[in-house]
Structure formats: C-alpha cells, structure tokens
Ligand binder design. Structure first.
Ligand code: F6R
Ligand code: MG
Ligand code: MG
Length: 369
C-alpha cells in the first residue's frame, strides 16, 4: 500500500526561554490530531526536541496535501494559543503568518514528507535537531548512504553496492542538482561540505533496486526561517526521515554517524558553531549556552500506515562517549567566546540581529589613506 509519512515541526513556545516544549502543548497537539484519526490520518505521534513541537503523521493523501498541512497548522495554532495563555516564551514563534492557504511551507514550520510503497517490514528513523540548521544533516546523510567506513553494507550487501542518488538544494540560489555516489562522490562533497549553502534534500535508490528509483529513502526539511520571516527569528531546527534495512543501510548504520558529535552552526542566538549531541528524548532540552545543539532519533516500524514505536534510539549508553565528547568540544569551543570560529562567519551573522548592532558604527568609519 502507498502511504505518506509527514513530519512537520514548529517552535510554538518554550518553557523557560527557548528550552523545552512543555507537556501541555504536546497534549493539545495530540488532541487536535486525535480528531482526525481514522479519517484523514491513519496514525500519528507527537514529540519534541528542545523548544520544537514535532508532529509525525501517516496518511494516504500524498506529500504537500492541503488537508494534512491544515491539520498540522491547526495543531500548531492551538498549541500556540495555549502557549500565549501560559505566557510561554516565544509563543507562536515559528507561525510567521496568519493566513494558511493550503501548505505550511513558507509559513515557518519545517517539513519532511515521503510517499512510499510500504515494504512488508518498514523500519524508519525520524531525526529531529534543536538549535541548528538543515545542513547539519549533510555529514550524517553522506556517511549513511555513501561512506563505506560508516555503512558496511555498501561493500558487503549486493543490494547497496551500486550506491545512491542525492538531491542537493542550493539554499541561496534556490536551485537543485542530482548527484550519484560513488561516481560523483567528490563533486557531491564539494557542495555539501558547505552546509550553510547546500543541503541534502532527499536520497533515492538507483535503478534496479528493490525500491523504485523515484521513491525517496531519506528526506530532510530545508526550510530557512530567516528567509521566510525576512528577519532573524531563531534557527531552522531541522527534521529528517530515513528508511532502513533490507537493501538500505541497517538501523545501526543509520545511527552510527551520530557517534561523532560533528560541529554544526546554531547554538546560542543561532550564531555559534558547536557539537551536535545525540540524546534520548528525556535529555532533549538544551541548557548550556542554550545548547549544545541536540539531536534525537525516534525509531518506528510502519505497518499498514500504523506507527509501531517509538523507540528512543539515542537513549543508549553506546552514545555516552559521543555525549562526553560533545561536552569536551563544547568546553573548547566556548572558550573562544565571541571569536570565530566559535562565532559563525561575519557573512553568516548578516542573517542574525548583528547588522542592527553594527549600524551605529557606520558613520564612524573613515577611508584608509
Ligand atoms: C537559538 C535560540 C536561542 C535564542 C536566545 C535569545 O536558536 O533560539 O539561543 O536565540 O535565547 O533569544 P531572544 O532573542 O528571544 O531573547
Ligand atoms: Mg524558541
Ligand atoms: Mg528550537
């Protein structure tokens, strides 16, 4: 059966600053989605990472469905209303416009959706990160689907051996390019090594795979909040769906890149590089310097569109070392204070509130002789 998995997230208010989504907001979002269970929605789940509320929905309406996006919008609006009532911080932060016209894209929320022919057993991992940007998925996605030092199956399993096709978005010029690995691995890395500019949107199997070549095996949200808002309102805090097993990377290969807490842009005021710390949901609450950036992984088995799970995949001592390393990196990076490369580049600060600060210096600059 064809089923669509839609993961839509938004920051609609935080308990104690930009810290965490309180239970009440998850409950109200749950109640909204519950009204549509068995009608438009087959199944759903509600979760959070830091101050981002995450809606996970399954249905048969396909991607970009106005009905499904409408449900998400309604859930976010209701949660934001409660957040306002409770005086939560940044209530309604990511709901940039009042008028919903059929799609939440461009209105603030982040979206990752895929329509797939469900396999007899369909393991999926949903990742969500707080205090970082969409390009944060580039390194792990590359490792999962193209790096044999991460994914043993690329070498060992004939079904993975021919590699994968990447859809890469240029987030500044608003264009995209498809690239295949292993053939174009170096060209691909030339682009995605600059995660502020290029972000992997989807990954596809190659022709001859058990999964049709036009069906994504991974999809990420690539919304850029500052662009949509026209001003700095926080980082994008992306989500991502990755399918696993049986001709795809194993669940363990999908999780393995996160054993290395790589540096991502975001953290305090969306303006600092810091390590991406993999955590269980109970620890998905950024504290130190509003961080360090966190990532959670929710594992589900899909069956007839029903979500069996979640399994909290990073709630595992096997990731303790990654967390300890992230803390050490956090110490090291923090000691740079306002200096690059802890602080993001001058160019990237243009997308924050920094230009306002610098405006007052404008008249004081004199030409050099
Ligand atoms: C980063 C983030 C926080 C805020 C910071 C200042 O994505 O959300 O680090 O940027 O707490 O927030 P305001 O300007 O709302 O006081
Ligand atoms: Mg917030
Ligand atoms: Mg957030």
């Amino acid at each position: 059966m064809k089923v669509t998995l839609s993961v839509i997230k938004a920051d609609v208010g935080g308990l104690v600053g930009h810290h965490v989504v309180p239970e009440e907001l998850e409950e109200i979002a749950w109640d909204v989605l519950e009204e549509y269970r068995g009608e438009l929605l087959i199944d759903f789940d509600v979760s959070h990472v830091g101050d981002d509320l995450i809606l996970i929905m399954t249905h048969e309406e396909g991607v970009d469905s106005p009905d499904i996006h409408g449900i998400a919008w309604e859930a976010f609006q209701e949660a934001a209303a409660l957040a306002r009532e409770m005086g939560l911080y940044g209530a309604g932060q990511d709901l940039l416009k009042d008028a919903f016209s059929g799609n939440v894209r461009g209105l603030g929320p982040g979206v990752a959706e895929m329509e797939i022919e469900e396999r007899p057993s369909e393991p999926v991992v949903i990742f969500a990160a707080d205090k970082t940007e969409a390009g944060a998925w580039n390194l792990p996605l590359f490792k999962i689907f193209a790096d044999p030092f991460n994914t043993a199956g690329l070498i060992i399993d004939p079904k993975l051996h021919s590699g994968f096709r990447f859809e890469v978005w240029d987030l500044i010029e608003h264009r995209r390019v498809f690239m295949s690995t292993p053939e174009e691995m170096y060209d691909l890395l030339a682009l995605i090594g600059s995660p502020g500019r290029f972000a992997i949107k989807r990954v596809f199997p190659k022709p001859g795979h058990v999964i049709p070549e036009d069906e994504p095996v991974a999809v990420a949200s690539t919304e850029r909040l500052y662009e949509e808002a026209g001003r700095y309102v926080g980082k994008d805090d992306p989500v991502m769906i990755v399918r696993a097993q049986h001709g795809l990377p194993a669940v363990g290969e999908v999780l393995e890149p996160f054993a290395f807490p790589h540096l991502v842009a975001g953290w305090m005021r969306g303006s600092h590089w810091g390590p991406l710390m993999p955590v269980g949901v109970k620890d998905a609450k950024p504290t130190r310097f509003d961080g360090p950036p966190r990532v959670i992984a929710l594992g589900y088995q899909l069956k007839g569109g029903h979500l069996i799970g979640p399994e909290d995949m990073f709630d595992d001592p096997a990731f303790d070392r990654a967390r300890a390393m992230a803390n050490e990196i956090a110490d090291y990076m923090r000691r740079h204070g306002p200096f690059e490369p802890h602080r993001v580049s001058f160019h990237d600060l243009e997308y924050t509130t920094m230009p306002e600060v610098l405006k007052k210096l404008e008249g004081r600059f004199e030409p050099l002789q």
